[in-house]
Design a protein around this ligand. Structure first.
Ligand SMILES: [Zn+2]
Length: 117
């Protein structure tokens, strides 16, 4: 799902997309000419591998997402929030979704068997 920067109204726009078992929804709000704030939530189930035994396991996901999307290169020195840069004049929400999923996957997860002790 892509949303063109120029088409995002001052009042913001709702979005909803998904990948596999994960739903990503929320709102895009215009912050400045080239900057849009993306406030949303990831919900669903993520299949990943246990970091101890390697078995497939499913992880319940319920994560808040709050980041900035920049139309082109982001040059401000303000690094309070995560900023994702887009170079096609549109925000690809699936890119945001997949990068958030990668962050979740990079955490350590243990299946119920390994999590006992
Ligand atoms: Zn395990």
């Amino acid at each position: 799902m892509k949303i063109v920067f120029k088409k995002i109204p001052q009042s913001g726009v709702d979005f909803e997309t998904s990948s596999d078992e994960i739903k990503f929804y929320g709102k895009l709000e215009k912050k400045s000419k080239n900057l849009v704030q993306c406030i949303g939530r990831l919900e669903g189930t993520l299949v990943c591998q246990c970091d101890r035994c390697g078995d497939d396991m499913s992880l319940n996901v319920n994560e808040k997402v709050d980041l900035l999307a920049s139309d082109g290169l982001y040059e401000s020195g303000d690094n309070l929030l995560e900023v994702m840069e887009f170079f096609e004049e549109s925000i690809d929400l699936n890119t945001i979704l997949l990068s958030e999923v990668e962050i979740l996957k990079s955490d350590y997860h243990y299946c119920s068997t390994c999590n006992v002790e």
